[in-house]
Design a protein. Structure first.
Length: 682
């Protein structure tokens, strides 16, 4: 509003009062003129306004010239409504994961000096963060080109002026997280027998899963599963699933869908009396950021806090970051890598339930607390492999209890691990399990691991005295290799292993025997080398078949091979450089094989333990200093090679007689030389 001052009174005064140089007979009221010009804020009008100038048009040119202005009145603007703000506490939730303040702003239209509810035109959220002196400001984004369904934009930066507000000039990172409301899908998925969490039930069970159909394909993929419940000893057909709207509240801050799952054996659509029933909640809180994201500073981490789904990969490589927590992040569509964070002490992503690539936690010199997912809430499905390497302060793997990698697990050089915990969700690996280069690890965490389709390699673990932690392992399609474990003495925990592609026991200086493989019935290959205290090989009462070879090399104290009562087939038997080996009794059941190679075993006097052997492709007996007799009384055929060389106590005549009796190959396949040529044969 403006204050109006009169102008005609001044003009009339001019007309009725005398004025030199004015001919009143000629000037009339029609010659009175006014003009208006803007008046800036200042002396005459505090908030600006208009200056109304008046006078007589003496020269009658139709305009009021400056010299003709005789008075000035001011029409002043009233004070503009002031911008007011107010702040209230914002609880933990969709706007601020860790809580914070909601800062509301608007014009004080009624001038009462405060911001009323009806005057609020904008709300910013100043959110608490896990990083000191870094502020997060969150603003809603209306539907448009940037976010089709709306969402929020997060700004992060250092509070340079210390006023507790993030101002525009302090912003160092901007992240858009777009709302993607989607239909809720649910399913009842069958669990195989003897798999977690129904490992004690031969009929298996059901996993009830629900989530948002973010990709719109009407199928619930592992990356979309938000809630899971398990029930054992039921079939999917025994359960009914029912959806209901869930209002905003403690279960879903912004509302969502309630999924009721209940036992319905009579298929009447109603819960069975005293039957299984559970409820899952799927909340409409998916906020999606498109593209890969690299956290290279604390500000980057804070800016990502509002994102629940990352449509890309996440890399954490911030040397100054000490605490990395992303409590809302649930889905990473590509891989997750935390590498080279030299100051990082704590890494926590408790809501994480899906990673579409590898998970790598590597070379974090001070990391002593690690949590990915929450085992009590839902599994964390990793589409590829889990790498935990060179984290010298990490004391346990319990924070990975939710993880279920599809491919491989590699644990390497985490030198604070002693008892690494229990990874009970891991029952099968399509790839390999590698555990190597640990100084203090005394046991392994894979108490429910049943099958590995690739290799299991346990190498150079200085404190590992047994294979404890692999007690449920029944099948390894690739190689099971125990190599250079300085105090390994006990293999008994592998007593359930029934099948292995290759069994390698190499360079374990305190291992004295191979007792423990009680159920092993099949091995593609057995390779035992360089175990300086190993005295016996065998004690495998169920072993029936070795398709390739069993090779025993350079085991300085190996005396005997024994207790292989069911062994009926082996591709080859190879013994090389076993200094005190005297008995091959364990091979007694074998009747045929591709190759028998006995090379450089200076204490071995006879091959008579293989008295059942009837057929070979290759016989190679070389450099056995004490050998005096073959003892192969049932051998009837050697089809390709017959090589007997450098056995100084073996009569040449016995070698030639045996060759004449059994060798059926080409002449070039026969070699007999440098044996005892002086000895005579009866």
């Amino acid at each position: 509003m403006r204050r109006m001052w009169g102008t005609w009174g001044a003009l009339l005064g001019l007309l009725t009062g005398g004025c030199d140089a004015i001919d009143l007979s000629e000037l009339t009221q029609r010659d009175a003129k006014t003009r208006v010009r803007p008046e800036p804020p200042g002396e005459h009008c505090e908030f600006g306004g208009d200056a109304v100038e008046s006078g007589l048009d003496r020269d009658r040119d139709g305009e009021l010239d400056d010299a003709e202005v005789s008075s000035t009145d001011y029409v002043c603007d009233a004070a503009l409504p002031q911008v007011r703000t107010r702040a209230r506490t914002e609880p933990h939730g969709a706007n601020c994961t860790l809580g914070g303040r909601a800062v509301q702003s608007g014009l004080d239209q009624d001038g009462n000096g405060q911001l009323d509810d009806a005057e609020v035109s904008a709300t910013d959220y100043v959110c608490a963060t896990s990083v000191a002196n870094v502020l997060l400001r969150v603003r809603p984004v209306t539907p448009g080109a940037r976010c089709t369904m709306g969402g929020q934009v997060s700004h992060a930066g250092h509070d340079a002026n210390g006023n507790g507000l993030l101002e525009d000039e302090e912003i160092a990172q901007e992240v858009y997280a777009c709302d993607e409301p989607a239909p809720v899908l649910s399913r009842a998925r069958s669990l195989p027998a003897f798999t977690a969490p129904c490992e004690g039930d031969e009929s298996g069970g059901v996993a009830v899963e629900a989530g948002l159909d973010l990709d719109g394909d009407t199928a619930l993929s592992m990356s979309e599963v938000e809630a899971t419940q398990y029930v054992c000893d039921l079939e999917p057909a025994d359960l009914k699933l029912r959806h209901q709207a869930e209002a905003a509240g403690p279960n879903c801050a912004r509302g969502g869908t309630r999924v009721d799952a209940f036992q319905d054996l009579d298929h009447d659509g109603q819960p069975d009396r005293d039957g299984f029933a559970t409820t899952l909640y799927v909340c409409q809180a998916a906020r999606v950021h498109d593209g890969d994201f690299v956290v290279s500073s604390p500000v980057d981490l804070v800016a990502l806090e509002g994102v629940t789904h990352l449509r890309g990969g996440l890399t954490l490589s911030a040397p100054t970051l000490t605490d990395a927590s992303l409590p809302a992040l649930a889905v990473i569509q590509k891989g997750f890598t935390a590498r080279g964070n030299s100051s990082l002490r704590r890494l926590s992503l408790p809501a994480l339930r899906f990673v579409g690539g590898d998970v790598t936690v590597s070379a974090n010199a001070r990391l002593d607390s690690l949590m990915l997912g929450t085992a009590t809430a839902f599994p964390l499905w990793v589409e590829r492999s889990l790498f935990v390497e060179d984290n010298p302060m990490l004391p346990t793997l319990n924070g990975l209890a939710a993880v279920q990698p599809r491919d491989s697990i590699i644990l390497r050089a985490n030198n604070a691990l002693v008892e690494p915990g229990q990874l009970l969700n891991i029952t099968q690996l399509l790839g390999s399990l590698i555990i190597e280069d640990h100084l203090r690890m005394e046991q392994m965490p894979f108490y429910r691991l049943v099958r590995v389709h690739g290799d299991v390699r346990i190498t150079n673990n200085a404190a590992l005295a047994s294979t404890f932690g692999l007690g449920e392992l029944t099948s390894v399609d690739g190689a099971l290799e125990l190599r250079e474990n300085a105090v390994l003495e006990l293999l008994k925990p592998l007593g359930k292993l029934s099948s292995v592609g290759e069994l390698g026991i190499i360079g374990n200086p305190r291992l004295t025997d191979t007792t423990g493989f009680d159920r092993l019935s099949y091995a593609g290959r057995v390779f035992i080398q360089g175990n300086p205290q190993l005295e016996s090989v065998g004690d495998m009462p169920s072993l029936e078949q070795i398709t390739q070879d069993i090779t025993l090399k350079y085991n300085a104290k190996l005396q005997r091979v024994h207790l292989l009562p069911r062994l009926r087939s082996a591709g080859a038997v190879v013994t090389v450089g076993n200094t005190v080996l005297t008995s091959l009794e364990g091979f007694h059941p074998l009747t045929r094989m591709g190759s028998l190679q006995v090379l450089g075993n200076p204490a071995l006097k006879s091959l008579g333990d293989l008295t059942s052997l009837r057929e070979l492709e290759t016989l190679s007996v070389q450099g056995n200093m004490a050998l005096t007799d073959f003892g192969l009384t049932e051998l009837a055929r050697v089809s390709l090679d017959f090589v007997v060389v450098d056995n100084p106590k073996l009569p040449t005549c016995r070698a030639t007689a045996l060759a004449a009796s059994v060798f059926q190959g080409e002449p070039w396949g026969l070699t007999i030389e440098r044996n005892d040529d002086a000895a005579t044969c009866p």
